[in-house]
Design a protein around this ligand. Structure first.
Ligand code: GTP
Length: 450
C-alpha cells in the first residue's frame, strides 16, 4: 500500500508505552488502559482495524514510530522534537503534571521552587525537553519509566519525580508508596493526542473525525473506569497544622475574651448590686435623718424643731387669714417620782404610751409634739379655747383609763391659750405656759385656761 491511504481492509499498527497505567500499558501482550478503550471506540466508529506491536519501553516505542514500524501511538504529548517524525491529532485527553516527593519534603508548589533538588524523569518523555528549555539548571535524573521514577524518590535516589497525575496516583496506590506525596503542580499539563508517523499522516482527518464524534459521556465513562482509584492524599499537612493552630489560637482567644467579658460583666453586676444596696441604705439613712430632724426618736411624735417651723408658717398664714388657733401644753405630774421608783426604762415606756394616747385623741387638724422631757404641746388650728378644753378633758380621761406599764397610774396638767387677734405665737405660748403653771399650782391633774 504505497500511498498509505487507509481503508477498512488496512490493519493499522500501533505502539504504546508498555508501562504507563492508567493511560496505557501492555499486560501479557495485551494493550490495556485508557488509550486501549479509545482505540476500541475509534475502531468501532471508523471500522478501522488496529494491531498492537508490543514494545518493552517507551524509548523503543518512539524508535518504532520514528522508523515507521509503528503507524501510530494512541496517547502522547506533542513536542517539537516529536514533530520531526510524528503528526498529531486533536487533544482528546488532558491531565495535570505533578511533582512527587517524600512526605517530609516541603510543599514546593511549582517547578520554580525546586532549586537544586534532583528530578527523576522517564526516558523519552517530552518533559525532559520541556525542563531543559524552561529550567536549564535542574539536575535531571533519567529513569526507565514512571514506576522506576517513583521508586527512585521513595528510596532517596532522586529528590523529586515529575509525571502525570493519574498514573502517579495509580502507582502510589498499587505499590503502597505512601511515603510519597504530591509536592506541587506543573504549569504544563498533559494534552494527549494520537501521534501518527509522518508517512501515514493521511490517517489523521479520519482519526480526528472519529475523536470528534466521541461523546462527553463516553469520555467520562473511560476516565472513570481507569481513574476510579482512591484519591491520593495530597493534603498539605504543614499548612493544615498551621491553619489548625491559627484556628485553635483564635478559638482560645475568643474563649478567653468571652470568659473575661463574662467575668467583668459579673463584677459589674456585683458592683451594681453593691451600689444599689448602698443607695438603698443611704436613702433609708436620709429618710431616717429627715424623720429625726422633725421627730422625737423616743415617742416618734413631732419634735420641737418641726413644731417651731410649722407653727411659724401656720402663724403667717393665720395672720393673713385671721385664722384663730389654740395651744395646749401638757406636762406629766410627778414624773420624776416615776423615774425614781420604776427606773428610767419604765419612764421611757410611759412617755411612749402617753404619746400613743395623744396621737389617738387629737383631731385631724391638730398637731402634737414632744416639747421637752415630759412636756407635750398640741397646736389646734381653727380651734377656740372651749373646744381645746374639751380635747384636754378627753385626753385626761383617756389617761385615767389607760393601763400603763407597771400598772402606774398617771395624771397630767394642761395649760390652754387661745390666740388673741394678731397675737404672736410666742406670746400665745407664754400664756399657755402660764396656764400650765397655774394648773400645777392648783394641785395638778387639771386643765387651766389662760
Ligand atoms: N425616763 C425619762 N425621764 C425623763 C425624760 N426626760 C425628762 N425626764 C425626767 O422627767 C422628770 C421631770 O421632773 P420634774 O421637772 O421635776 O417634774 P415632775 O417630777 O414631773 O413634777 P411636776 O412636773 O412638778 O409634776 C425628771 O426626773 C427628768 O429626768 C426622758 O426622756 N425619759
Amino acid at each position: 500500500d504505497d500511498n498509505k491511504t487507509p481503508d477498512s481492509a488496512t490493519v493499522l499498527t500501533y505502539c504504546v508505552d508498555p508501562d504507563w497505567m492508567p493511560y496505557e500499558a501492555i499486560d501479557d501482550g495485551v494493550h490495556v488502559g485508557i488509550s486501549a478503550d479509545y482505540i476500541a471506540l475509534i475502531a468501532e466508529k471508523t471500522g478501522l482495524t488496529f494491531k498492537l506491536i508490543p514494545t518493552r519501553s517507551w524509548l523503543e516505542t518512539l524508535q518504532l514510530l520514528r522508523n515507521g514500524d509503528c503507524m501510530l501511538s494512541p496517547m502522547l504529548n506533542q513536542s517539537t522534537e516529536r514533530e520531526q517524525y510524528l503528526q498529531f491529532s486533536d487533544v482528546y485527553f488532558r491531565s495535570p503534571n505533578v511533582l512527587v516527593s517524600l512526605r517530609q519534603q516541603p510543599f514546593l508548589q511549582s517547578m520554580a521552587n525546586i532549586g537544586t533538588r534532583s528530578l527523576a524523569v522517564p526516558k523519552g518523555y517530552r518533559l525532559i525537553e520541556y525542563i531543559k528549555r524552561h529550567y536549564p539548571e535542574t539536575r535531571i535524573h533519567e529513569v526507565e519509566n514512571e514506576p522506576a521514577g517513583l521508586k527512585a524518590v521513595a528510596e532517596g535516589d532522586a529528590d523529586l519525580f515529575i509525571g502525570s497525575l493519574y498514573s502517579i496516583n495509580g502507582q502510589i496506590q498499587q505499590e503502597s508508596l505512601y511515603q510519597l506525596k504530591v509536592a506541587g503542580w506543573l504549569e504544563l499539563e498533559d494534552k494527549l493526542r494520537i501521534g501518527v508517523s509522518l508517512p501515514y499522516q493521511a490517517l489523521l482527518p479520519q482519526l480526528n473525525e472519529a475523536l470528534g464524534t466521541i461523546t462527553e459521556a463516553e469520555h467520562i465513562a473511560i476516565y472513570q473506569k481507569w481513574t476510579r482509584i482512591k484519591v491520593m492524599d495530597i493534603t498539605n499537612y504543614q499548612l493544615m497544622w498551621q491553619l489548625g493552630a491559627v484556628a485553635i489560637a483564635i478559638i482560645l482567644l475568643l474563649t478567653a475574651w468571652n470568659y473575661r467579658s463574662r467575668y467583668f460583666y459579673r463584677r459589674l453586676q456585683e458592683k451594681n448590686q453593691q451600689l444599689e444596696h448602698t443607695r438603698a441604705e443611704l436613702e433609708s439613712a436620709i429618710q431616717e435623718l429627715e424623720f429625726l430632724s422633725t421627730h422625737d426618736p423616743l415617742t416618734r411624735l413631732y419634735n420641737r424643731n418641726f413644731f417651731d417651723k410649722t407653727i411659724s408658717v401656720t402663724q403667717q398664714r393665720a395672720a393673713q387669714h385671721t385664722q384663730d388657733f389654740s395651744l395646749v401644753l401638757i406636762d406629766i405630774d410627778f414624773f420624776k417620782q416615776i423615774n425614781d421608783n420604776h427606773g428610767h426604762i419604765t419612764g421611757d415606756a410611759i412617755l411612749r404610751e402617753l404619746a400613743e394616747i395623744l396621737r389617738a385623741q387629737i383631731r385631724e387638724q391638730d398637731q402634737v409634739a414632744r416639747w421637752g422631757g415630759e412636756e407635750f404641746v398640741i397646736f389646734c388650728q381653727h380651734t377656740k379655747a372651749d373646744v381645746a378644753k374639751a380635747l384636754c378633758d378627753r385626753i385626761a380621761s383617756a389617761i385615767k383609763q389607760y393601763n400603763f406599764s407597771n400598772n402606774i397610774s398617771l395624771s397630767c396638767s394642761f395649760g390652754i391659750a387661745e390666740q388673741q387677734p394678731d397675737e404672736h405665737l410666742l406670746l400665745c405660748f407664754e400664756r399657755a405656759d402660764k396656764a400650765l403653771y397655774h394648773a400645777k399650782q392648783a394641785g395638778r391633774n387639771q386643765v387651766c385656761l389662760a
